[in-house]
Design a binder for this molecule. Sequence first.
Ligand code: AMP
Ligand code: MG
Length: 511
Amino acid sequence: MTSPERPGVRLTDGFARAFPELGVPWKAAATPEPRLLALNEQLAAELGLDPEYLRSDEGVRLVTGTWVPEGATPVAQAYAGHQFGGYSPRLGDGRALLMGELADGRDLHLKGSGRTPFARGGDGLAAVGPMLREYVISEAMHALGVRTTRSLAVVDTGATVQRETPLPGAVLARVAASHLRVGTFQFARSTGDVELLRRLADHAIARHHPRAADAENRYLELFTAVLDAQASLVADWMLIGFIHGVMNTDNTTISGETIDYGPCAFMEGFDPATVFSSIDTQGRYAYGNQPPIVQWNLARFAETLIPLVDDDENAAVEALTAALGTFPARYDRAWTEGMRRKLGLPAALGRSEEPGDSAAQGHSAAPDVEAAPDDEAAPDDEAVAPLLDELSRLLTATRVDYTTFFRALIPAAEGDTSQVRELVGELADGWLRRWREMNPSVSVMAATNPVYIPRNHLVEEALDAASGGDLSLVEELLVVVTDPYTERPGLERYASPAPPDASPHVTYCGT
Ligand code: AMP
Ligand code: MG
């Protein structure tokens, strides 16, 4: 425990103590010459942590795990998971540690902190480039209003990591609502210890979905709450063109936060088949496949809950199957609401929220945007549906840059269609006319459609420079993407797609 007169951090070991079966107490690897590369001062302040302290020797040792505050018990967490559809009974934190819970209940977690008993063949390490990548993209996602783990700091360890070439090693310190995953439940279920599974489910309810505790069947309600949170999350991804790239069940959270930024990237030209990850040869995690894949992952979650939902296995399967069947409608509703905001046609007041709709509320992708007042007679979903269908066809046919297109609709809403014309010629004229008859709100659109996303070629350029010791481009990129809706002069290159002659972007796992 830190005394009040001394800055520091208070970490508790609630998870480690409650679930000895799901974690191995472990120590981070020594860091030869730690050097702080990035510190999220805003997040630190939100967490009540003093940035000056985090910059101190002890602070840097904290965010690399080589200094452990009294009261904390870092653990490598155990989990299982389906990776690209194949089941691995024992994954776990191979190169990560849960340091403990912060004062607000969130996890402080490290990635790249050395081998653990779950490391299998891995070296337990991470390189500067991929850790800064997670930092930049997760913070961009947060600024875009998408639920995500946050990045607190990246430290160059001074060690060399051997990949295809020798690279500088790094540790990322991240903060998450928790690190409970579908894979955590798969692991707990595989032990055959139903009481462990029940404790885990009760922990998840208390921590993330407390309203489920009052339901007649709290475990079925937990499932429904996670279903809703994940439907809303993947809708948010789709609305901004985000491709996670490695949606294994161990990367699907119970909280509904995006986790584990590995081979993720943003789609530029619209194409549902877009894949960036070099190992995703079948396109399992392609842009357009993300909603059904989340549903598939949630089916795996449902399987783990069978013994809790009903003593009668058939009844449990029936109830969980029925709940799972509501996923497409939940997803459609979240996506349609988001798409209406992108088009400046928010639903009429009072229409978008349903009682009992616990998990997704308050986590929509858009910043707080007022629903249209009743007297403006927002078009109903039946009127908007054909407009959305036609828009999908238009985007698919033209493969227009997704982000630029929606931003170009803002002047078009006021009659200046020149930017849209520049992108898709006259193809959109009829659509634009029908859309404008619905009186789109420019202010809603401007607050919903980003100017700046972390574009792949700019992310790579910045990370290459950082791996060579020059952090200035990463710092500039962060300034740009953490304020994505404010168009600023001089930042035009950040708003433009990769040059047409650029080779296709490829991302790699094993980072
Ligand atoms: P990820 O793709 O980052 O979600 O990781 C999948 C699994 O591989 C997790 O169990 C990780 O802990 C493990 N892993 C990934 N990279 C390494 C590494 N370099 N050393 C040890 N384990 C790793
Ligand atoms: Mg993972």
